[in-house]
Design a protein around this ligand. Structure first.
Ligand code: PMP
Length: 419
């Protein structure tokens, strides 16, 4: 998934009416510490458009009921809304069938599901799972856990000084014993866009299935799981302008079919007796218990909203804004950008000589600017760069150059106070 060229970026920038789109986001209309809010913490979670808030509220106001059970009208409406959201998400990721769309709490749960239901029964001592040094903790720890449970080994493809995965090393580590590759699509800590299609091709050449952690991709670019060749693809609703507590695990139907259920309970069964239980069809086999119906409805509304804005326009606009952000940050005395990959999305991570990242976060908040400071749940990345923390501005399509200017002004003040 390559980012647009500068020329198309400029065309896209013109095509997106950000001023108007910002009106869709009630939370953006407030002042923080007497200044207009500049929300630059989108990689942590994105703000929600009124269309999402209203879809969730309307569901609870008018249709609230349990799904797949009742014969009454509200239950039929709730089921239609929930399954409608599944169809929307099928289209959003380009899956072949709604049987391949499992609603989960988010990316973390999706990865844990694959670790426990796909990997755990298959792994033998000495088998290997290959990840990269760029991963978020939720694409590391579930694999460490399953390695502990099975005696398998976790292998890690290294990165270079720009924060790009070293593809030669990745390929070298893909070996006879590799049973699964798990890679992030976009790094939340650095913004690096991994060449996932290429990486998947290399893994598939060795018949190794690939899980892609798409948490940071879906808010910024169009994703087509079939074009990518992904076997598993995980996403979180709250990163893509939807509610918290809802996400999707996409998995190829043949893989899901061959997997035992992860959790047991209501809705994931066809029949239960004390002699045994018959599991439900896909995808319900993996959705034990009452699901987050309102969340799914909100996620569907978020996907529709993104489609309405236009994914190509979003990618182009953000590419332009990220270039502007990096140029402006370079003007701040003593600032060093961490993560300078050739192909990046929406994230500018940085440190400033003599100023702790957390102090930066606090001072810019006085200016109404929300950024994140810390290890960004990617401690191995911080360790690679010899840092405990970075400050991170992470963008969405509703951010503006004025907000970046406010950030830079606030950083200059921080530098004056501490530097
Ligand atoms: N992977 C990446 C790259 C992320 O940025 C995040 C969230 N910061 C996650 C996984 C985990 O997502 P969630 O907390 O929504 O499960």
């Amino acid at each position: 998934m390559s980012m647009p060229t500068p020329a198309t970026a400029r065309a896209g920038a013109a095509a997106l009416d950000v001023k108007r789109l910002r009106q869709d986001f009630p939370a953006l209309k407030q002042e923080i510490n007497g200044r207009p809010l500049a929300y630059l913490d989108n990689a942590a979670t994105a703000q929600k458009p009124a269309a999402v808030i209203e879809a969730v509220a309307r569901y609870y106001r008018e249709d609230n009921s349990n799904v797949h059970r009742g014969v009454h009208t509200l239950s039929e409406r709730a089921t239609a809304a929930y399954e409608g959201a599944r169809e929307t998400m099928r289209g959003f990721v380009g899956a072949a069938s709604t049987r391949e769309i499992v609603f989960v709490r988010g990316t973390t749960e999706a990865i844990n599901l694959v670790a426990q239901a796909w990997a755990r029964p298959r792994l033998q001592p000495g088998d290997e799972i290959l990840i990269t040094h760029l991963e978020h903790h939720s694409n590391i720890v579930p694999w460490q856990m399953v390695c502990e449970q099975t005696g398998a080994t976790l292998r890690v493809a290294p990165i270079n000084a720009c924060g790009e995965v070293r593809l030669d090393e990745f390929e070298r580590l893909l070996g006879e014993r590799t049973k699964l590759v798990a890679i992030g699509h976009v790094s939340n800590a650095l913004g690096t866009i991994n060449p996932v299609r290429q990486m998947i091709e290399r893994a598939h050449a060795r018949e190794v299935p690939v899980l892609v952690d798409g948490a940071q991709a879906t808010p910024h670019m169009a994703v087509d799981v079939q074009a990518l060749g992904a076997d598993f693809y995980a996403l979180s609703g709250h990163k893509m302008f939807g509610p918290t507590g809802i996400g999707v695990l996409y998995a190829r139907e043949a893989l899901l079919d061959a997997m035992p259920p992860w959790q047991g309970g209501g809705d994931m069964i066809k029949a239960v007796s004390f002699d045994g239980t018959v599991y439900n069809d896909l995808p319900y086999k993996f959705e034990a218990g009452t699901p987050n119906i309102g969340g799914a409805v909100g996620l569907g509304a978020a996907a529709d909203y993104i489609a309405g804005v236009g994914q190509a326009q979003i990618a182009a606009y953000e590419s332009d804004l990220l270039a502007y952000t990096e140029d402006r940050l370079a003007e701040v005395d003593g600032l060093r950008l961490i993560g300078t990959a050739a192909n990046k999305a929406a994230v500018a991570s940085f440190v400033i000589d003599g100023v702790h990242a957390h102090d930066l976060g606090t001072i810019v908040d006085h200016h109404g600017v929300a950024i994140r400071a810390g290890h960004h749940c990617a401690m191995p990345v911080m360790e690679f760069f010899g840092l405990a923390a970075t400050a991170r501005a992470s963008l969405a399509f509703y951010n503006t150059r004025e907000e970046i200017d406010a950030l830079v002004e606030a950083l200059r003040e921080a530098k004056n106070i501490f530097g």
